[in-house]
Write a protein that binds this ligand. Structure first.
Ligand code: A2P
Length: 331
């Protein structure tokens, strides 16, 4: 298999560190490897595949050395500036920020759902929002079979989704300290405010779920609404997803469809108190689906409880999966 030169941008961050872990686990065929972060971490070292690498400050000439693929998780403004520079040097950027996701020239990809979109990239591929990724893995097979009319998302999102700062707010808050990242204490609270508020009263996180779902499923007119809530959980996002279908369905058939879907694990045994839990999903790349029950208030609808590790499948693992497809396509 052809070996690639690969870079991680934002290697010292919450997602960046997980990029390194997942790359090691999946044993991607890497030739030269580079790690970038801000000036603050330049000169520090990280261990990757048993070797020490020096963290470099990300600069305009950082990509002048034949880097094939760069995994970015260093925030929107860094990506806005440096992704086009990297792409102009022949590198394919897989970007975890929201900077490029809704750009018409940029594919937005969940490999189990729309791998075909990787092919038309022009140097930048966007990794979707963490809450969107896990929902897509569960909803794509149902949309294919029963045609989704409307979706209502309600999320229960882990603090690690806000990076190391969010994680620290929960850790420090448990010791009685004041929050630095969130606008309110996250301990003993559910905060219905993720990202900034838009003019229509929704948060940007909620709008990301609406717009990204439509783009990934190629369903520009799908009716979707969302409420995104930060909860005092370290890892894994949980989501209540209410779906209305165009077509009628049989519950057993729907459950079997989910069981057959790539990347989905069904945990749906209420007699055994079995349903997806954040602590069980943490550390895994699959999306766990349970509490599967008919919505009896409408003609053809279902309620699902969908849980996944927001740092792995919701960010790092999804990006590394995209890189794997790119490498396969290069062979
Ligand atoms: P650094 O550690 O040097 O600040 P998180 O989302 O967990 O907070 O991580 C953000 C990541 O993005 C970190 O690796 C951080 O590096 C990196 N980063 C932030 N700003 C820049 C920048 N201007 N250039 C390169 N990397 C950056």
């Amino acid at each position: 298999m052809k070996k690639v030169n690969l870079a991680v941008v934002g290697a010292t961050g919450m997602v960046g560190r997980t990029f390194l872990k997942v790359l090691e686990e999946k044993q991607l065929p890497i030739n030269n490897f580079y790690v970038f972060a801000s000036k603050r971490s330049a000169g520090t070292t990280i261990i990757f595949n048993g070797r020490e690498y020096i963290v470099e400050e990300l600069k305009e000439d950082s990509f002048d050395r034949g880097i094939d693929i760069a995994l970015f998780s260093a925030g929107g403004s860094t990506s806005e500036k440096f992704s086009p520079i990297a792409a102009s040097k022949g590198c394919i950027v897989i970007d975890n920020s929201s900077a490029w996701r809704m750009d018409k020239e940029v594919p937005l990809v969940v490999p189990e759902v729309n791998p075909e979109d990787i092919k038309w990239n022009k140097g930048i591929i966007a990794n979707p929002n963490c809450s969107t990724i896990q929902a897509m893995v569960a909803l794509k097979p149902l949309n294919d079979k029963y045609k989704i009319k409307r979706v209502v998302y309600s999320t229960y999102q882990a603090v690690s989704g806000a990076g190391l700062g969010g994680w620290k707010d929960l850790e420090d808050g448990l010791k009685g300290e004041k929050p630095k990242k969130f606008p309110h204490p996250i301990v003993s609270n559910c905060i219905p405010h993720i990202d900034v508020f838009a003019d229509n009263g929704y948060t940007k996180e909620e709008l990301k779920m609406v717009n990204e779902t439509r783009k990934i499923l190629h369903e520009p007119n799908m009716k979707i609404t969302a409420t995104a809530v930060r909860v005092p959980v370290f890892y894994s996002h949980s989501e209540s997803i209410n779906v209305e279908f165009e077509k009628p369905y049989e519950l057993d058939d729907l459950i079997q469809t989910l069981k057959n879907a790539p990347g989905v694990i069904v945990q749906n045994d209420s007699d055994a108190n079995e349903y997806p839990l954040a602590t069980n999903a943490a550390g895994h790349d699959e999306v766990f689906v349970g509490r599967i029950r008919r919505d009896e208030s409408i003609e053809s609808g279902v309620n699902l409880w969908v849980v996944a590790d927001n740092i792995r499948k919701g960010a790092a693992s999804n990006a590394v999966q995209i890189a794997e497809v790119i490498i396969k396509n290069m062979q």
